[in-house]
Write a protein that binds this ligand. Structure first.
Ligand SMILES: NC(=O)c1ccc[n+]([C@@H]2O[C@H](COP(=O)([O-])OP(=O)(O)OC[C@H]3O[C@@H](n4cnc5c(N)ncnc54)[C@H](OP(=O)(O)O)[C@@H]3O)[C@@H](O)[C@H]2O)c1
Length: 349
């Protein structure tokens, strides 16, 4: 059994990590740390786990929690992880960081997108970008993994097979996300009266996840790719849909795209093509991935405007966070990649 600690275990991502790992056959949870809930049963923060797990949150600081484990998940906000990572590295404990603090390889990008000077630029290269679909070989045996952003995950997975087209033509990503994407800490913008019923364009330009999409698609394309991204908050709790447009101005056929997607995703356990000719769910829809680690992918061509359209749907808390992170953990530890994750989505939700 591998000993695992979760820091920030009271949050939404922390809660989903606990829910998945409590049923993982090769993991023993040794410390679930939370400052607000120290000493309380886990079900106080995560009522869905009542009767499933009889553990209490510890109030342990991140290094103490990590020191009890072989691997620690840091489910902390941005800029909180970076403060504790160097100390945990010294302890010889493996890390999966859920924040954005180690996602970008180039420290200059942190100045541009996060408006801060990364305090440990040398550590950025030590972290593997935790997207198994693109970095499986690097993840095998890795010690430090940075879990991707949720909207970046949906965008990158749905766009990666098209990297050849993206390298030559403009790319626009339009993302829609549910309220849990903002985490469990309440604010005026997440207050029910303000959040209910919205289709809110909260970041029409300059969303930080664009930096990750550029990093990963540029790596595939072998040259610098730029993306324009717009993000909207929509009236669901969980789920992300990304609709991406590649303005090719060329006559590309659907058959060509099928070939590109099939070749790229030959044996992916969690990528599904949603491309049915009939029925309600003909294209990716977050509604049918909720609770699962699936990333549903679809695409179309628009000869009229010279566009390729790529669609990606995920549960932001699972494939966009805890599920993908456990998939990475499985690869880091040499387990079957699907362990703990092989569950269908809930329908209807
Ligand atoms: N929500 C998503 O869809 C999603 C998807 C992908 C990645 N992520 C990333 O995952 C991380 C966690 O997100 P979340 O949605 O779970 O947020 P959250 O619900 O706000 O949970 C974060 C937890 O971290 C703890 N915490 C907050 N500030 C801290 C600090 N300065 N030092 C130590 N602990 C602190 C808090 O627990 P206590 O106060 O009880 O200690 C809190 O419950 C973030 O970096 C987020 O960007 C989120």
């Amino acid at each position: 059994m591998v000993k695992v600690s979760i820091v920030g275990a009271s949050g939404y991502v922390g809660g989903e990590l606990v829910r998945i790992l409590v049923r993982h056959p090769s993991v023993e949870l040794v410390s679930l740390s939370s400052r607000q809930y120290a000493g309380e049963y886990v079900h106080k923060a995560h009522p869905n786990l009542k009767g499933i797990l009889n553990m209490r949150f510890t109030g342990e600081d991140p290094a103490t929690a990590a020191s009890k484990a072989d691997l620690v998940f840091l489910a902390l906000p941005h800029k909180a992880s970076v403060k504790v990572v160097p100390e945990i590295i010294k302890l010889g404990v493996k890390i999966v960081d859920m924040s954005a603090d180690f996602r970008l390889k180039d420290p200059e990008q942190y100045k541009i997108w996060y408006n801060y000077e990364h305090p440990y630029p040398d550590l950025l290269q030590k972290f593997v970008y935790g997207l198994p679909e693109l970095h499986r070989d690097e993840l095998k045996g890795a010690n430090y993994v940075s879990a991707p952003g949720c909207m970046a995950t949906a965008s990158i997975i749905s766009l990666a097979p098209l990297y050849k087209y993206i390298s030559d033509f403009p790319l626009i990503v339009d993302a829609k996300i549910g309220s849990s994407g903002a985490g469990g800490k309440p604010s005026l913008s997440t207050h029910y009266s303000e959040r209910y019923g919205v289709i809110r364009p909260y970041k029409p330009a300059g969303h930080r996840h664009a930096a990750e999409i550029e990093q990963e698609i540029s790596r595939l394309a072998g040259k610098t790719v730029k993306v324009g991204m717009s993000a909207h908050a929509v009236n669901i709790v969980r789920g992300i849909l990304t609709t991406s447009h590649i303005l090719t101005n060329e006559q590309i056929t659907l058959q060509e795209l099928w070939k590109a997607y099939r070749e790229f995703y030959k044996n992916e356990p969690f990528v599904r093509f949603m491309m049915d000719k009939t029925g309600v769910y003909r294209y990716p829809d977050p509604k049918v991935v909720i609770g699962s680690n699936f990333a549903d992918v679809g695409f179309d061509v628009d000869p009229h405007s010279g566009r390729i359209v790529a669609l990606g749907a995920i549960d932001n808390l699972i494939k966009g966070a805890a599920g993908s992170a456990v998939q990475s953990m499985n690869l880091m530890l040499g387990f079957d990649e699907k362990l703990g994750l092989d569950v269908p989505a809930i329908h209807p939700v």
